[in-house]
Design a protein around this ligand. Sequence first.
Ligand code: DGT
Ligand code: CA
Ligand code: CA
Ligand code: ZN
Length: 586
Amino acid sequence: MSINRELAAHFDMLASLMEISGANAFKVNANRTVVRVLESLDDDVAQLAAAGTLEKVDGIGKGTATKIHAFIETGSIPELDALQLELPEGLIGLLDISGLGPKTIGRLWRDADVVDRASLRTAIEDGRLASLPRMGAKTIANISDSLDFAEQSADRTPIGVAHPLASALVDALGAVAGVQRIMWAGSLRRGCETIGDIDILAVADTPADLIEAFTSRDDVLKVLVAGDTKASVRLDAGMQVDLRVVPDDCWGATCMYFTGSKEHNIELRGRAQSMGMRLNEYGLFPDDGDSTPPQDRGIAPVAAATEADIYAALELPLRDPARRESGIDITTADAPLIQVDDIGAELHAHTTASDGHLSIDELVDAARRRGMHTIAVTDHSVSSVQANGLSVDRLLAHVQAVHEARDRHPDMTLLAGSEVDIHADGSLDYDDDILAQLDIVVASPHASLKQDPAKATARLLAAIEHPLVHIIGHPTGRMIGRRPGLDPDMQALVQAAASCGTALEINANPRRLDLRDRDVRHAVAAGCLIAIDTDAHTDAHFDFLPYGVLTAQRGGLAAAQCVNCLPADALLAWLADKASLAGACG
Ligand code: DGT
Ligand code: CA
Ligand code: CA
Ligand code: ZN
């Protein structure tokens, strides 16, 4: 893999820290230019450096070339190291707060003694910020909101980061001698969008060997607890992981307890009590009124070995982990939930025509390797300048190229479409006569994401009601931990979508997961169509699909309500006349 991206990130950090430290704007900008050069460079920087031709690249001068050589040799840039030592460490954490640029952070540091998030909060509260020149009440309120948002998500990790870490751990620990069962529980098993810590449960012949294998791993930063059957560590990646080695005969009860949610466990314990029983992590027991735990008195459980046994003994439907949350009636069975294998169409994907990394043929190939029968090419529209959005002329040429690609891929249904921007006022980025020439239109908000809720609702309703729009892409535009996105009246949207036959997207990118789980619950109740798309810009993005499906499951979605599960002919019929499926799921 080329180092271009990693190097670009280092130059970006260098430029930001220089700006915070008050360096000359000309020098700061020179480094920002290097970031752009590196990001758009096709050649591998390491190869250019080896060949001694770095300085032939436009925008890379002698000083930059020296820094790049240092990076290749040592993994860091000396000027960046020096700044990191010189500046308070907490200032870097302020760069993630939207609305706070490096220049402002520098002012706050020099003029108001702000060195991290906590001191920024204090400076807002004690009025120090308001005493600075050019710091109006509105600016301060915006900074305060962004700080709240960053703090709420501070200790949690997106599922897209936690899941690969947990997968690698479970694979490695599962191979330790004597390990009979191993799986993750907790919020990760429930498919939550962010994860506090990873909970792993295992059954092992020699627990000590498993604990030792776990705590001595190379990717463990610190061992927090190491007992006979339980250990907790912090990984280099920052996450905490709890491992519990448990008895085999009560595996189901343990899985259930540590999967949670806490609220679901409380409801189940209440149910057990109302039936004269007690539920804990060792099993479901008869309640004999004795306060010593039943498992310590040799009492045989009514059920313990499997989760299914326990739900059955409680006379409840077996609940999918994704549905073990508060607010979901434990006595009502879910319709069978959608599964990854139900999905045969990717309806939102990008190519090199806009900001994707795949050609049309490569996109088709990526979809084919995932067993898809249909792939839609939906590059950005003209207003998405930062994403190299297509002018009308480029769009029409691209549509032509997609049509020509069909001959090369007779096994795939290849749709020519667009991801068209929804402007702040609800109008679309291409005229209707252009949209009418497309097989599929995904309409998405990309800019003006701080609109007030009423305007956001009107904006999205206009797109939902537009006869040529099939799917609303990432409807709120939120980014987990970075920006809250639009806050429309979701009830109004799902009702309108249901009556027009427009699908609302669950964008499976784990930074988006937009719609989010609670919105999907509204959508399912209203009977509106749902799309689950990866918004692929690279081959690897196709593997985001399970995150979208987990979010769908958390919302209670069945395959019948998801357009990506339609067979190709039914999908084409909906695309030709979306009203044909209006209200079909109601
Ligand atoms: P997280 O880690 O914040 O993303 O969320 P969880 O759900 O993984 O929570 P965690 O790691 O604190 O605990 C894992 C599960 O263990 C939790 O979902 C339910 C169960 N559990 C933990 N503490 C309690 C408790 O005090 N009462 C009950 N009933 N269950 C608990
Ligand atoms: Ca957890
Ligand atoms: Ca835990
Ligand atoms: Zn997209």
